[in-house]
Ligand binder design. Structure first.
Ligand code: AHG
Ligand code: MN
Ligand code: MN
Length: 340
């Protein structure tokens, strides 16, 4: 009997490499290590929810040990596993101030990685989807150890990027510059199996996704655009539906599959964050890479996110991503109302 068995992540990468013989096996190793780290985070995410629901923890878990905050935990897991993998020369994460060096005694590789180890952490306690995001560049600095220069490369030069969404199921969504593919974790075998081949964002969508509580802090262009989406017009499918989870990974995941537009604009709410909340290296560039690879767009409102030259590890940028039609229209509003 010929039973259909799923294609796991390793075999998928192997097949992609057969089509591109110039590729080294290093990327396979990297993605397997990311998948491994994410399985550990997945395990902890499901446990954290259960413990919360049962109310058994204050600061201690059921074994009487200190409960580590999940974002710290995820940060440690990714840095530990990836730092010792031999594939990277330097790393950076949302949780650490400067670039993270590779520990002594472990090999250095030809790649660097930017990480948002736990995205949407405000949703942990309420059992709503959260995620992890990664962005991989090739080393460009001289010498064995990597430097900040390796981390500060534009998204256009990404070799691979992706996210893991810890949702109703856990999924890894990935692009190595050859389309976007999704893998669902089968907990019974502990492997990511290919479930979504060549994800394409619909050319036009009917959903907008934004924290509308910030309305009074946005520019005129963004406010006018949101007002426009809520007007009645049968022909263009307005008003759009509103969906906002508050975990970028989950909001982008829905946008990739169903189309529409996800937005985190610049706002005047916090003078320390005039460019909005989302970080270029850990959040916006990798998600922009995935959106473009899926046939959609990602913009700062003034042009592609992938073309922004990073100036700092924790730099923030306004972010608008999703169906090409919606992102183009948003840019028109910005051009019309927010001319400097
Ligand atoms: P993180 O948990 O990594 O700090 O990221 C949270 C981000 C992102 O996931 C989400 O899109 C955004 O914060 C939500 O922000 P608001 O609560 O301001 O809407
Ligand atoms: Mn985040
Ligand atoms: Mn985070």
């Amino acid at each position: 009997m010929d039973r259909k068995i799923g294609i796991d992540l390793s075999r998928h990468i192997y097949e992609m490499q057969r089509e591109h013989p110039a590729a080294t096996g290093e990327l396979t190793g990297i993605l397997n290590q990311i998948a491994f780290a994410s399985k550990i985070v997945h395990r902890e995410v499901s446990k954290a929810g259960l413990v919360e629901i049962l109310g058994l923890t204050g600061d201690k878990n059921v074994q009487g040990e200190d409960v580590q905050k999940l974002d710290d935990f995820a940060n440690q897991v990714f840095l530990n596993i990836l730092g010792k993998s031999g594939h990277f020369c330097v790393m950076a994460t949302e949780e650490e101030n400067g670039p993270v060096c590779i520990p002594d005694g472990y090999g250095r590789g030809h790649y660097c990685i930017a990480l948002d180890p736990l995205d949407g952490s405000s949703n942990i306690d309420v059992n709503v989807s959260i995620g992890s995001i990664f962005a991989i560049h090739r080393k460009v600095s001289e010498g064995e150890d990597g430097t900040e220069k390796d981390m500060l490369q534009p998204g256009r030069k990404l070799v691979a990027a992706g996210y893991i969404v810890y949702g109703s199921s856990t999924m890894l969504v990935l692009s190595t510059g050859n389309g976007v593919h999704g893998f669902t974790l089968d907990p019974s075998v502990g492997e990511f199996l290919r479930s979504h081949t060549d994800i394409r964002i619909p050319e036009k969508g009917k959903i907008y996704s934004i924290n509308e509580g910030n309305y009074p802090y946005w520019s005129t262009g963004v406010r006018e655009y949101i007002d426009f989406l809520k007007q009645k017009d049968k022909e263009s499918g307005r008003p759009y539906a509103a969906r906002y989870i508050g975990s970028m990974v989950a909001d982008i995941h829905r946008t990739l599959l169903k189309g529409g537009i996800f937005m985190y604009p610049a706002d005047s709410k916090d003078p320390k964050k005039p460019q909005g909340k989302l970080r270029l290296l850990y959040e916006c560039a990798p998600m922009a890479f995935l959106c473009e690879q899926a046939g959609g767009k990602a913009s700062t409102g003034h042009g592609p996110v992938l073309d922004v030259e990073p100036t700092g590890l924790h730099q923030r940028v306004p972010f608008f991503a999703g169906s090409a039609h919606e992102v183009d229209r948003l840019e028109e509003f910005i051009r019309k109302y927010d001319r400097k």
